[in-house]
Design a protein around this ligand. Structure first.
Ligand SMILES: Nc1ccn([C@@H]2O[C@H](COP(=O)(O)OP(=O)(O)OP(=O)(O)O)[C@@H](O)[C@H]2O)c(=O)n1
Ligand SMILES: C[C@](O)(CO)[C@H](O)COP(=O)(O)O
Length: 379
């Protein structure tokens, strides 16, 4: 049986203000809905993401329309009507478990998704809650009227997980007006387990919540940028090695290693992003063991060093500067080879070239220069 995430996103976000419904507003570099959808679409335990939107909001979908896991349903006038529409759109799809989640809880992470899914192995319903720690008052007109015992009280969060058929039947039987799916399920007699919630799993409700979420998401990520530059002069030979690919040429490149100027620039960009110096620091040219070495060794070392510090390579971009040899016919092979060495998808690796309009040492054909940029991300 499949596991579906049902993301309710048909609300208008009236309390959040700002004109645009809150789910389509940008926050920490992406729209609120993009953060939430990614959390579920990227999770290996989720097979289908059912996004329930307002009928007026199709234009906001963008690239998500083509995502293989994504399905779309229209919402209703209330949250529970939107959930029911999403559940009915999933009927007949072989869904065993469903996680219902507010699009406005964009800081949800994989650990919470996994905790709810794990609880569903032994329960028909499971949802995250945070025990109330503050004292509770009852108030009227700004005056405290009494206190409320906080013992046994929880703040409800999503994703709220259920056996699919059970939740669908519960929603069909419910008169409406429920705050959440736990209320709907309990009205149908379903026992719901409480999974520890997360303070960071806030729901954007009021304008000030955008800044709170931005702090949480911005603070979670360490993004680094590095650059690299290298030059090798031409000498005798009948080929050059550029970005791991042997390219026929009437000259060779001179160097202590295989003189792969492009790979050296990318390697230095990664070291630079880590503030770890350059190739010379890790592989001194004075050390004879690196004489004629394949530059793949250096690049792999930089990638492994990044991984050991918790970084993934976001992307690399390398520009080769030469009149000859012509790089264009080999660029795709270079891209593929660099991607293989770094363990990246090729669309995260760019290799391109330019001439220097016959100016300077590259223009006179005395050597090849390379520039590179790399981004590193620690999630
Ligand atoms: N008719 C509705 C109402 C709400 N929701 C969704 O239910 C979640 C929780 O609702 P809330 O935070 O109250 O969102 P809004 O209804 O958009 O906000 P407001 O009440 O301030 O207008 C949100 O993800 C919202 O998009 C929905 O899908 N359909
Ligand atoms: C489901 C919910 O997120 C649980 O806290 C919440 O009840 C939905 O939002 P609303 O602000 O109560 O409409």
């Amino acid at each position: 049986m499949k596991t579906a995430a049902l993301i309710v996103a048909a609300g208008r976000g009236s309390r959040a203000g700002g004109g645009l419904p809150k789910q389509w507003r940008a926050l920490a570099g992406r729209r609120v809905a993009d953060w939430t959808l990614r959390a579920f679409a990227d999770h290996p335990g989720i097979d289908i993401v059912m996004l329930v939107i307002h009928p007026d909001d199709h234009a906001f979908l963008g690239d998500w329309s083509d995502h293989p896991k994504l399905r779309i349903a229209h919402g209703g006038a209330t949250r529970d009507a939107s959930v029911l529409n999403g559940l009915e759109a999933l009927e007949g799809d072989g869904v065993g478990k469903v996680l219902v989640h507010d699009v406005a809880r964009l800081c949800v992470g994989p650990a919470l998704i996994e905790a709810v899914l794990a609880a569903l192995d032994t329960h028909c319903g499971a949802a995250p809650g945070l025990a109330v720690v503050d004292a509770l008052w009852r108030g009227e007109d700004g005056i405290v009227q009494g206190v409320q015992d906080r013992e046994g009280l929880y703040r409800a969060q999503t994703p709220q997980g259920f056996d699919f058929a059970t939740l669908l039947a519960a929603h069909r039987a419910h008169p409406g007006g429920a705050a959440d799916d736990v209320e709907v399920a309990r009205a149908a007699g379903v026992e719901v387990a409480i999974v520890p919630g997360e303070e960071s799993n806030l729901k954007i409700t009021r304008p000030e919540d955008f800044a709170r979420a931005e702090r949480i998401l911005g603070g979670q990520m360490d993004i680094r940028l590095g650059n690299g530059y290298d030059v090798h002069r031409f000498g005798d030979g009948d080929y050059v090695i550029l970005c791991g690919v042997q390219v026929p040429h009437d000259r060779g490149l001179q160097g202590h290693s295989d003189a792969d100027v492009g790979m050296h620039a990318v390697t230095d960009a990664i070291y630079g992003a880590l503030a770890e110096g350059d190739i010379g620091r890790h592989f001194p040219p004075s050390d004879p063991q690196w004489k004629g070495a394949a530059s793949e060794i250096f690049l792999k070392h930089a990638v492994d060093l990044a991984a050991s510090k918790g970084f993934k390579i976001g992307n690399v971009d390398c520009t080769l500067v030469c009149e000859y040899p012509k790089v264009g016919p080999h660029a795709a092979a270079m891209q593929a080879e660099m991607a293989r060495i770094m363990g990246l998808d090729p669309d995260r690796v760019s290799v391109k070239a330019t001439t220097s309009e016959r100016l300077g040492f590259t223009g006179r054909g005395e050597g090849i220069a390379a520039l590179a940029t790399a981004t590193l991300v620690k999630p």
